[in-house]
Design a protein around this ligand. Structure first.
Ligand SMILES: [Zn+2]
Length: 450
């Protein structure tokens, strides 16, 4: 047992060193050459072990079919290399979720469950080895240099507080003698965590953006006395409105980990810019606009060996930065994770009646700049009706300002204005993912009358 423990610590350490120093590419050609070698090995050695890809052996990556969550669930057993069926995996994951006991494993595998906002629940398998590599990579990408000294044996351990919706073995792996790690269950809410946090006094705080915001509010209100040196936002998009408040409370900006059950997709560097994790993933860009700014990523994870993620289309919309990051990393820089494909709102064009997209950042900007006192907002689209929820000191004045801002936005883009219905902003249920923007139903296409 002790030997096993040592081995797993060693694997974390190796992956940490490898990710932090060896996989740091400053030239794009170098990175691409590394990806080509890794893909070649992956296609030859790993993929043929999954039944789905056996018949496709020998094909190049761009000849392989696309994947998405729905397809992955339908052909679950064929898409992993260990012949694990969907039903037992799903049972383990659901049982863990319901009992809030995250110990159950399926053999040596962790089963991760992704909430299906679009109706499809996703189940993802991770082996013990992959888990340890993941922990090392996560630390390599998130720890600022100043905190590295904690990993030396004579230093006090690094204290990390982690907030997650559904924990699994994925996250508790990080606990050992060098790291004092506390896991907080999101379903218990922010208030329940306050005494534990004060007791632990974490150096590093890792949580979804909404929770960091909640903790920031608690600190500003004098209900929480902690002084973490490093904040990491995970699982949700960190919006400027939250980022500002978090910085105000803790005196430092939150770094971002862009991670989903599908994989570790990106991280923010010391310059605060988000980079795609291209040293572990090959990412194809499916462009959403002619200017080639926005795209849906199609990922192939050549570092996984259990669950195959090959040409897998994510539901996210990313916006590429116009300039290279001053940190010098060759991995592409993302200006923003604009949101998910179901956060794009649609309205008919005035001239043709054809539906046109309004991307999340446009609507977000209109809402957050309309009035200074807007503390929270949401816009849910149901056909031509947009239900706008607002939390502001003077809701009526804010409502009028938002109405004007949105109508200007519609006009600028030559769109038929939506019917705006104002209401009070409601807090999402505890543990639920926040959806500030949500397309519930697209409007009908309205053909041109003239
Ligand atoms: Zn950078």
């Amino acid at each position: 047992m002790a030997l096993e423990h040592l081995r797993s610590l060693l694997r974390i350490a190796v992956s940490f060193v490898h990710s932090r120093w060896c996989l740091r590419f400053s030239r794009r050609e170098q990175l691409e050459a590394w990806q080509r070698r890794q893909l070649k090995r992956f296609l030859r050695e790993v993929l043929p072990r999954a039944p789905r890809f056996r018949a496709l052996e020998g094909l190049a990556l761009d000849q392989l079919p696309y994947m998405d969550k729905k397809m992955l669930m339908e052909q679950f057993a064929a898409c992993n290399t260990r012949g694990i069926e969907l039903q037992p995996a799903l049972e383990v994951a659901l049982q863990a979720e319901q009992s809030r006991d995250f110990a159950p494993l399926l053999g040596e595998f962790t089963v991760g469950l992704s909430s299906g906002t679009s109706g499809h629940r996703g189940v993802f398998l991770v082996s013990a080895e992959e888990r340890e590599r993941w922990a090392g990579t996560l630390l390599a990408h998130t720890l600022p240099r100043a905190l590295l000294k904690h990993l030396l044996p004579w230093q006090p351990p690094l204290r990390i507080a982690f907030f997650l919706r559904a924990n699994s073995r994925l996250y508790t792996t990080l606990a050992n003698r060098r790291i004092d790690f506390a896991f907080h269950d999101l379903l218990l809410g922010v208030d329940a965590a306050l005494p534990v946090l004060e007791h632990q006094q974490p150096d590093v705080l890792v949580a979804p953006a909404t929770v960091l915001r909640g903790l920031a509010e608690a600190k500003l209100a004098g209900r929480l006395q902690i002084a973490p040196h490093h904040l990491v936002s995970v699982a949700e998009v960190l919006e400027p409105i939250d980022a500002d408040r978090i910085k105000q409370a803790f005196g430092c900006s939150a770094a971002q980990i862009y991670q989903a059950s599908e994989g570790f997709l990106g991280y923010s560097c010391e310059q605060g810019n988000l980079h795609l994790n291209e040293s572990h993933l090959f990412i194809e860009t499916e462009w959403l606009d002619v200017e080639q700014h926005r795209f849906q990523p199609v990922i192939t994870d050549f570092s996984r060996t259990t669950q195959t993620i090959v040409r897998y289309r994510l539901n996210d919309i990313l916006r590429l930065a116009a300039q290279a990051c001053p940190c010098g990393r060759a991995e592409r820089t993302i200006e923003a994770i604009e949101g998910r494909a179901d956060e794009v709102l649609w309205l008919p064009a005035l001239d043709s009646g054809e539906l046109r997209p309004l991307y999340p950042d446009l609507v977000r900007r209109a809402l957050t700049t309309a009035a200074a006192d807007i503390r929270e907002w949401s816009v849910h689209q149901q056909g031509m009706t947009w239900r706008v929820g607002l939390l502001a000191d003077a809701p009526e004045i804010a409502g009028a300002a938002v109405e004007q801002a949105l109508n200007e936005l519609f006009e600028q883009h030559g769109l038929r204005p939506a019917r705006l219905q104002f209401g009070v902003w409601r807090e999402p249920e505890v543990g639920a993912k926040r959806r500030r923007l949500l397309l519930e139903q697209r409007p009908e296409q309205t053909p041109c009358m003239s």
